[in-house]
Design a protein around this ligand. Structure first.
Ligand SMILES: C[S@@+](CC[C@H](N)C(=O)[O-])C[C@H]1O[C@@H](n2cnc3c(N)ncnc32)[C@H](O)[C@@H]1O
Length: 242
């Protein structure tokens, strides 16, 4: 795990993806989920999205992550909210689910850390025919200098930062059909403020984050690096149909 992901895990931030929880709410408005639906949040982190979906729709929700620390935080959240969400320890590249079972898969800022095509193929396998994939991921414009891109990738432990077109091509080459896809600007102060105004009531900060100065340093240098490069960066919202 990258030192950035370790630090972010220790902080237990509930919506650890560009656009934050507000973006998740906006995207979910596009779906009318019911208790009959099976939803999987891959790389669910501290479980804010998974719990929100369970609470707002009654859908049968799985949250999968390969970090036990994250899953413990997600389970704490579900318990506090009185929700039945199945949190599963597993690898996004080898999903422990049968073929053709899910109505909706969410994957928010996870592909960017992983072998992307492998995980996209797994999503396709697990979705029902007609099922939907919602992916929110960092992207870089083609104009981003190679050295700056390399620095962001190595600092954050990313497996490459595709452009909007490259992301789209990856989903479509795997066999998905585009339903909606758009590029968002990298979150600036206003968007960050909007998310701050909707704080996560169930964020669990690990003891290590309270006592380990290195964790705060890692997160600060991540923020600085992202802001320095924000004119090249953005994030994509990809709504894809199997
Ligand atoms: C940036 S966080 C995003 C968390 C969550 N989706 C959110 O938006 O709050 C990335 C998450 O992916 C998880 N992750 C990383 N590699 C994984 C893998 N191979 N399989 C499953 N989860 C993984 C991390 O533990 C972390 O929780």
């Amino acid at each position: 795990m990258s030192s950035y992901l370790e630090a972010a895990t220790a902080m237990g931030t509930g919506s650890l993806h560009p656009g934050g929880f507000m973006h998740t709410l906006k995207v979910l408005q596009l779906f009318s989920l019911t208790p009959e639906d099976i939803v999987i949040d891959i790389g669910c982190g501290a479980g804010r999205t998974a719990c929100h979906i369970a609470k707002s729709s009654g859908a049968y929700v799985f949250g999968l992550d390969n970090s036990q620390e994250m899953l413990d935080k997600a389970k704490f959240r579900a318990a506090r909210e009185g929700l039945q969400v199945q949190f599963v320890h597993g690898d996004a590249g080898d999903l422990p689910f049968l073929d053709n079972v899910a109505d909706l898969i969410l994957i928010e800022s996870v592909l960017i850390f992983l072998p992307k095509v492998r995980v996209i193929d797994e999503c396709l396998r697990v979705l029902k025919k007609g099922g939907m994939l919602v992916s929110t991921e960092l992207l870089a414009d083609q104009s981003m200098p190679a050295a700056a891109k390399e620095q962001v990738q190595s600092t954050c432990g990313l497996t490459g930062i595709p452009s909007f077109e490259e992301w789209l091509d990856m989903f479509q080459s795997a066999g998905f059909t585009r339903t909606g896809a758009w590029r968002n600007s990298f979150p600036g102060p206003l968007q960050n403020l909007i998310n701050i105004l909707h704080p996560d009531p169930y964020q669990v900060v690990s003891q290590s984050a309270r006592t380990n100065r290195e964790i705060n340093q890692v997160l600060r240098s991540y923020q600085r690096l992202m802001q320095k490069n924000r004119k090249y960066l953005g994030y994509g919202t990809f709504i894809m149909k199997k």
